[in-house]
Every structure is written in C-alpha cells, then in structure tokens.
Design a protein. Structure first.
Length: 409
C-alpha cells in the first residue's frame, strides 16, 4: 500500500555522506535557524538510511529474515521510518523541537539492536546448525552495523546540539572545543588514559590484578574527532590486551592451559593451598604500550601487548561476528554486560553457570568487528598483527583531517 511505496521510494534514493568537518562547522553556528535546518536535513536523510536497512532486512540469506529477533529489529526500523516519514514538514523552531523529541525516542528504542541481531543469528544457528553461515552474513552485518553507527552519529550530534542553549554551546566551543559530540581538541593521550582506567577496573574485578599501561609517543596530539568513538575502540583494544597478558602469564608460569586456569585456581583454593603472591602483583605482568603517532594523514595509535599472540591463521576469525573469546571463562568481557563474578570467583567469573548465552552476548567478540567499523566510518581502519608466542599489536588509524566523508554502505 501507500506506506510500502514510501519505503521503496526512499530505498531507491542514495544516502548523502557527511564529513566530520561539515558536521562540526555546521554545529558551530548558534543561530536558531541552524537547528531547524539540521532537523530538515535529518527529516529527509534518515528515512533514506532506514529504508535501505528495511529492504535488506527482508532479503537476508539462510532464512535469517524469518528469525523472530530479526523480525523485531525490522519492525523497529519500520516504526522509526514511519515516525519520521509521517512527521509534517519542519518550518519553525517549535517543529524542530517536536521532531528532535521523536528522534530522541527512536535512538533509545534502538539501543538493543546489536544484541537483538546477535540473538537472531543464534536463533538461525540453532535452526540450521552452526558454521555454515558464509561471508555474505558477515558482509551484511558489517553494512548493517556501519549504517547503524552512522544513523546514531547523526542523531547523537543533533541531540547534543539541542541539549544546550546557544550561549552554552558558545562556551563549550571556547572552553573544550566541543560542538555536539565532536571536538577539535580530541587528545588520544587523554582518551587512552580514560580507557585504560576503565579497562583496569574491569580486569582487576575479574582477575584481581591488571597490567600497567604506558602511553608513549606524541603525547600532545590533538585533532578533530568524536572522543566517545575513540574511547570505545581503545577500551576494546586495551581490554583484550589485558586479558591476553594476564591469562598468558598465568598459564605459562603455572604450566596450566588457559582454558583450565580458573578451574585450577578454584581447586587450589578449595584444597586450602596458598595462591602464589605474584598472581596479584601487577609488576609480574608485562605492561601494555600505547603509542600515539601524529602523522600528516593519520593519527595512528598502536596498542602492544606481550600476551602470547595468536596464530596467523586465527586472526581473521577475530573480525567475525561469531568469534567467541568467551568459551566459558571470558573474564574481562563477560563482566561488561553480565553480572560480574561474585567475590569467591575473582578469576572465574564464568557466566556459564546457570546463565544462557544472553548475558554474554554484547561483549561476546562483537567488540573488535564493531571497533573496526567505527574506525572505518570516517576513513580510518583497525588492523591486528601478531607475533605468535610473543604478543599482539593493534594498529588504529584515524584520519588527521576531518574532511573524509562517512564511509557508508
Ligand atoms: C591478543 C588478542 C587481541 C585482540 C585484540 C587486541 C589485542 C589482543 N591481544 O592476544
């Protein structure tokens, strides 16, 4: 019917990629008219971006489109499309405010989409058996999540601009360089410190110890970027490095395979044996190095660990959405989402006991592929190189100039 035609009509149009600089420069203008223009742009652009996903969600391989969770996500996209499409033409500041409320609601309702899609994949795997899901699925998910990142970036920026009065926006610009969620003074050193602090807390909760993080290189680097995106990527990398460092070190020194470590330590405790002191001494774990390089084209951030590395053949798997670090003992990751291990199980926060997969999902190996998408979104990239038996280096490339337009599916 008519609504369906509206979806198909929008889906036949191309998206309009925006550069970070355009978003930044646009948001600098504090006249009320600017916000109305921003709403008008989104009123036109968001239905196009949503409609592409709606159509694609209906045509997935292996019958994925029929899975209940995927249908839920599809419904969410259709509802959001409808809300925006049926919103009348935006002419005034009042219209702009009402429309912005609608966008706020949409963004919140989409909060669980990553988990829901992951659930859908699990439903499919259960139905047709694991591991026959080909690269098509990987490519679809990359497109889907990249598009989601872009939509949330546009709405997030819009909401952030509306959250402040013009005077507050002028002040934010002057004191911190922020325009919405973008700042011209994004400092990798600061963001890496924040991410390290959080990763350390997490690691400490799960293992009772956390490796030190050393930040080196061009410490005064600053450039125009979205610090929340940088934080998300660096947190993921540092967290992975910490987990690898602790697990490898313990495994080597105790002569126990990583998979059996938590059990082994649990049993020592049960037998009333004293655990070795070094286990909880951060000096005994090789530190993680974060190197910031301030180039002309890229700001590159290398995160290096001595966490034992991974076989070259296993690297590609890290980028897939079915990669599960969490066998049953994915300590660091599991606690991000699920309840963390209770006191007695510092090193065995196994979420497996009594819990289904649901609690582990979001921190379930989605972090790396999603981080790569965040990096690529504005023209950067994320690569991993590993020295098997030694350690792993993650290279995070970010365009130094904000001129690169969104990399969109
Ligand atoms: C590892 C595996 C990994 C993935 C991503 C980042 C760092 C590391 N270290 O051993």
């Amino acid at each position: 019917h008519i609504f369906r035609n509206a979806v198909l009509s929008a889906a036949s149009k191309s998206v309009t990629p925006i550069s970070l600089r355009t978003l930044f420069e646009f948001g600098k203008n504090t006249s009320p008219k600017t916000l109305v223009l921003a709403s008008q742009f989104l009123h036109n652009e968001l239905p196009i971006r949503l409609s592409h996903r709606i159509v694609e969600l209906e045509n997935l391989p292996f019958g994925l489109s029929e899975m209940p969770s995927v249908k839920t996500v599809h419904g969410l996209y259709v509802d959001s499309f409808r809300l925006i499409h049926e919103f009348p033409k935006i002419r005034s500041i009042e219209d702009d405010l009402k429309f912005t409320d609608v966008l706020d609601g949409i963004k919140t309702r989409h909060n669980w989409v990553v988990q829901q899609m992951a659930q859908g994949i699990r439903e499919l795997k259960k139905k047709i058996g694991a591991d026959i899901l080909g690269p098509e699925l990987q490519q679809f998910l990359d497109r889907f999540y990249l598009s989601r990142i872009s939509i949330r970036m546009l709405i997030g920026q819009h909401l952030a601009l509306h959250a402040l009065t013009p005077e507050e926006r002028r002040q934010a610009m002057q004191t911190s360089g922020f325009v919405g969620i973008i700042t011209k003074d994004c400092r990798p050193t600061h963001v890496a410190e924040d991410a390290s602090r959080h990763a350390k807390q997490l690691c400490d909760t799960n293992y009772g110890v956390a490796p030190k993080v050393k930040i080196l290189g061009s410490l005064d680097t600053k450039f125009t970027y979205v610090p929340s995106h940088l934080y998300l990527m660096l947190f993921e990398l540092i967290k992975n490095s910490m987990r690898a460092t602790v697990e490898t070190q313990r495994s080597q020194r105790l002569g126990v395979p990583q998979e059996e470590m938590s059990q082994h330590l649990q049993q020592m405790l049960l037998r009333g044996e004293k655990l070795p002191e070094w286990l909880y001494d951060d000096h005994e774990y090789p530190e993680i190095n974060v190197i910031v390089a301030n180039g002309q084209e890229d700001v590159t951030i290398k995160v290096s660990d001595k966490g034992g590395g991974i076989p070259r053949s296993a690297l590609p798997v890290l980028w897939t959405y079915s990669y599960t670090t969490a066998k049953n003992n994915d300590a660091v990751t599991s606690s991000v989402n699920g309840p963390s291990g209770s006191g007695s199980s510092l090193f065995d926060p196994s979420p497996s006991r009594g819990q289904g997969n649901t609690d582990r999902i979001a921190g379930y190996g989605y972090g790396l592929p999603l981080s790569k998408l965040y990096a690529r979104y504005f023209g950067g990239d994320l690569e991993l190189k590993s020295l098997e038996s030694w350690g792993t280096d993650a290279y995070l490339y970010i365009r130094r100039l904000a001129d690169h337009e969104e990399d969109l599916p």
